[in-house]
Design a protein around this ligand. Structure first.
Ligand code: AMP
Ligand code: GLY
Length: 424
């Protein structure tokens, strides 16, 4: 079948890499894609939220399956668009309906869903400009640090964690009355701070059945030792060493099952990935957030460990037959190191020529922000390339990735040298 992947990052290159290996894939397209996807698929220049243009491409290339990488098109209702457009109804779109995507599109909705279905999460309350006084009083009742979250999508920047009460009140006002994150912070969720270690669990569901995919841990901060500004993610490893059977059983019973059952009981059409951001406090797991897609760079370590044919798995997802397939996981550990443009996550330059890609051996190069310019591969984003390795354990996998990252070079290239530093 012909398959289209929507997106342009390392996550989408990883999907393309896996799907290009499937016997079930005839022609593969990525829109808009990057220099990496161009080597294994046909890139189509379109915006992932331009549903009309996507519809046209689907028809032109006789696409039978569409995999939605990022959250924006999902939150804007691409699955509903396909469902309600007659000529697209038979296309297997992998991604939840708009109602399902609201679990990521609205933090308030996610918290209400968790409360409704008894899923463990931090205590919270939400506020708007009208209730800012109550918000300040709620902050008075909490212990520092204070966690403020813009309700809507804010490109991963909408969460503030503050030590000082006055500063927290100031930021609450900035978000509610000065549109710090635009419309996304018209509602703000204030949460109890959870002190623990983070991990992510990925679930593939057809709305009825589910499969738990490998766990991963990403490193979101720009600086060594988890310091500095938040980024999309500077590296990841899979599996998470502390996610032992006891913890995974708790996660499945208290979080995964109630989440899928909750979607079902609310009659939410959900065929796709659920990315559950968790924090382990003591020995107990709590949900920090839901995402309705795979993570980036988590995908770069999760998918390469899945040995089952990905197209078959996604086809079963669309047909509500996930109960009819076993997932086979590679026992090896995966690690990825993200190489970024100097200045990221703030201002950075694009168009820098990248050297050394073809020197990389025994690792997989996933392009994140790259483009081709007059035959040369150049930087085209903050996150540029993820180098993934699979080895016996995550330390060896990291060592291999770092050996290969050192072969890469471009002006103001930067990467963290301490991915996995907090794991034994
Ligand atoms: P989110 O965008 O919801 O993933 O939040 C971004 C980051 O903020 C998370 O990865 C956590 O490191 C941190 N965070 C969010 N909520 C909490 C919380 N309730 N307690 C502690 N840390 C949190
Ligand atoms: N790496 C975090 C995310 O994809 O949201």
């Amino acid at each position: 079948m012909n398959i289209l992947i929507l997106g342009s990052g390392g996550r989408e290159h990883t999907f393309a890499y896996m799907i290009a290996q499937s016997k079930r894939c005839d022609s593969l397209f990525v829109a808009p894609g990057n220099a990496g996807t161009a080597t294994i698929a046909t890139n189509i220049a379109l915006s992932v939220t331009d549903f009309k243009a996507i519809e046209q491409s689907v028809k032109e290339h006789q696409i039978e399956m569409v995999i939605v990488g990022p959250e924006d098109p999902l939150v804007q209702g691409i699955a509903d668009y396909f469902e309600t457009t007659e000529s697209l109804q038979d296309v297997m779109l992998i991604g939840p309906s708009k109602r399902g995507a609201l679990l990521e599109g609205s933090k308030e909705r996610a918290k209400e869903f968790m409360a409704q279905h008894n899923i463990p999460t931090a205590a919270y309350a939400s506020f708007t400009a009208e209730s800012i006084e109550a918000g300040n009083e709620f902050l008075d009742s909490l212990q520092p640090p204070y966690v403020l979250k813009a309700d809507g999508l804010a490109a991963g920047k909408g969460v503030l964690i503050l030590e000082d009460l006055d500063e927290a009140k100031q930021e609450l006002a900035n978000m509610l009355t000065h549109q710090k994150f635009g419309a996304a912070s018209a509602t703000v969720v204030i949460e109890e701070f959870l002190d623990g270690i983070e991990l992510s669990v990925f679930v593939l569901t057809d709305g009825e059945n589910y499969k738990i995919l490998p766990t991963a841990k990403d490193y979101k901060r720009i600086g060594e030792g988890d310091t500095g500004l938040n980024t999309g993610g500077m590296g990841a490893i899979s599996p998470v060493p502390f996610a032992d059977q006891t913890l995974m059983n708790k996660i499945e019973q208290r979080i995964v099952k109630p989440t899928i059952d909750g979607l079902k009981s609310e009659k939410i059409d959900y065929k796709g990935f659920v990315f559950i951001g968790l924090i382990k406090v003591g020995d107990e797991p709590y949900v920090i957030e839901y995402n309705v897609r795979m993570g980036d760079p988590e995908t770069e370590v999760v998918l390469p460990r899945i040995k089952t044919d990905l197209v078959e798995l996604l086809e079963k997802t669309y047909k509500k037959q996930l109960n009819n397939i076993e997932i086979e996981i590679d026992e090896r550990a995966a690690a990825t190191v993200m190489v970024v443009s100097g200045g990221y996550p703030e201002a950075y330059d694009k168009g820098k020529e990248i050297a050394g890609i073809s020197d990389i051996e025994d690792s997989i190069v996933f392009h994140a922000g790259t483009a081709i310019n007059v035959g040369k591969t150049v930087t085209n984003g903050g996150r540029v390339i993820a180098v993934t390795s699979l080895e016996k354990d995550f330390k060896q996998a990291l060592k291999k990735s770092y050996q290969n990252v050192e072969k890469l070079s471009f002006d103001r290239m930067y990467y963290r040298t301490d991915i996995g530093f907090d794991l034994a």
